[in-house]
Write a protein that binds this ligand. Structure first.
Ligand code: GLN
Length: 307
C-alpha cells in the first residue's frame, strides 16, 4: 500500500536550500521590535484543505503578522458589506511602495487597492463601522480558523507602531479630507496598529488562509465568502499582494500571495492548499527574500500554480 501524499519532503528540501542562501535581506527597521529580528530565521508551513499541516524550521514560532492581516480584514469586510466596499477602494496594482501617498490626490482619496496601506486603512475603517471592533473581529477570526486560542496582539509592538505612525496618520487624515474615512482618524489608527501587531506562526496563518483555497468556506464548514468573492480576494492578492513587486512575484511564484514587513508571506493554491513562510530579511520592496525564494521553489518542485 502506498503512503498518503505528503508535502514534508518538499518542505525539508526547500529548508535545506534556504539554509545555504548567503543573502537574506534586512529586517524592517522602522520599529525596534522588527529591527531586532534575526534575518536567518526561516519557517514554512503548508495546510491542506482538511486542516492537515506540514512544517519545517520555525513554523510554530509566532511572528509579527503586519500586512498579512490585510487579506483577512478585506475578506471580513466583504463578508459584511459585499460590493459596497469597492466604491471606496480600487483593485488595481499601484506600482508604488506600500506606504505611498502620491496617487491619492489624483484619485480623490480612493486608494488603488486594499493591500497598500491607504487601502487597508479604508478597509479597517469600514470593518470597524460594521463590527464596532475591527482588530478584535480579526483576532477572533484568526483564532477560530487556526484553532489557536492563544493568538494575541502584541501591545508593545502596537504602541511602537503608533509612535512611528506619522505616515499612516497622514494617509488617514488625507483620505478623511475626501470623506473616505468614517471613524475619527485616531480611532482608525489605533485599530490598524493593533491589527498589524497580531502575532501568529506559519502554522496558524496557513490554516487561517484556508478559506481562500476552499473557495470561501471556513474551517468549521460555514461559508464566509461567496465563490466569486473568494476568487476576487485571490485575484487582488495576485495582482497587488506584494506591492510594486507583484509582477515579479506572479512570474516567480505563480500564486496569489501577500507579504508583510514582519517577514511573513502567505500564498494560496485554490482547491489544493495554503502556505505561509516566514523569514524576517526583506528586499527593497518590503517582501521577505527567503520567503519569496521558498515559495518560488515550492511551485517549481511541485508544479502547483494557478497557471
Ligand atoms: N505596520 C506596517 C505599516 O503600516 C505594515 C506594512 C507592511 O507590512 N507592509 O507601515
Amino acid at each position: 500500500m502506498s503512503s498518503p501524499p505528503t508535502f514534508q519532503p518538499v518542505l525539508d528540501r526547500i529548508a535545506a536550500e534556504i539554509d545555504k542562501m548567503p543573502e537574506r535581506g534586512h529586517p524592517a527597521d522602522y520599529i525596534p521590535a522588527l529591527a531586532a529580528c534575526d534575518p536567518r530565521r526561516f519557517g514554512m508551513a503548508v495546510a491542506e484543505l482538511d486542516g492537515t499541516v506540514y512544517g519545517v524550521g520555525d513554523w510554530r514560532r509566532p511572528f509579527s503578522t503586519q500586512s498579512l492581516t490585510k487579506v483577512f480584514t478585506l475578506a471580513l469586510d466583504l463578508a459584511h458589506e459585499a460590493d459596497e466596499l469597492w466604491e471606496h477602494v480600487g483593485r488595481e496594482p499601484s506600482g508604488n511602495p506600500f506606504n505611498s501617498l502620491v496617487q491619492l490626490e489624483y484619485e480623490n482619496g480612493i486608494p488603488r487597492n486594499p493591500f497598500i496601506n491607504a487601502g487597508a486603512l479604508v478597509v479597517t475603517d469600514r470593518l470597524h463601522t460594521q463590527t464596532g471592533e475591527a482588530a478584535g473581529t480579526l483576532l477572533d477570526f484568526l483564532r477560530a480558523e487556526s484553532g489557536n486560542e492563544n493568538l494575541a496582539i502584541n501591545e508593545d509592538v502596537a504602541a511602537s507602531e503608533s509612535a512611528h505612525g506619522d505616515r499612516n496618520a497622514a494617509l488617514g487624515h488625507f483620505m478623511a479630507s475626501y470623506g473616505n474615512i468614517g471613524n475619527p482618524v485616531p480611532v482608525l489608527l489605533d485599530e490598524y496598529f493593533r491589527q498589524c501587531s497580531i502575532e501568529a506562526s506559519c502554522a496558524d496563518l496557513a490554516l487561517a488562509t484556508g478559506f481562500l483555497a476552499r473557495h470561501g468556506i471556513r474551517a468549521d464548514g460555514t461559508r464566509l465568502l461567496t465563490m466569486s468573492q473568494a476568487k476576487e480576494v485571490n485575484a487582488v492578492m495576485l495582482t497587488c499582494g506584494t506591492y510594486d513587486a507583484a509582477g515579479e512575484f506572479a512570474y516567480r511564484v505563480g500564486l496569489p500571495g501577500k507579504s508583510g514587513v514582519g517577514g511573513g508571506v502567505i500564498a494560496v493554491v485554490p482547491g489544493r492548499c495554503t502556505l505561509c513562510v516566514w523569514s524576517p530579511g526583506l528586499d527593497g520592496h518590503g517582501n521577505s527574500v527567503a520567503g519569496v525564494t521558498a515559495l518560488d521553489r515550492f511551485t517549481t518542485i511541485t508544479g502547483l500554480s494557478v497557471f
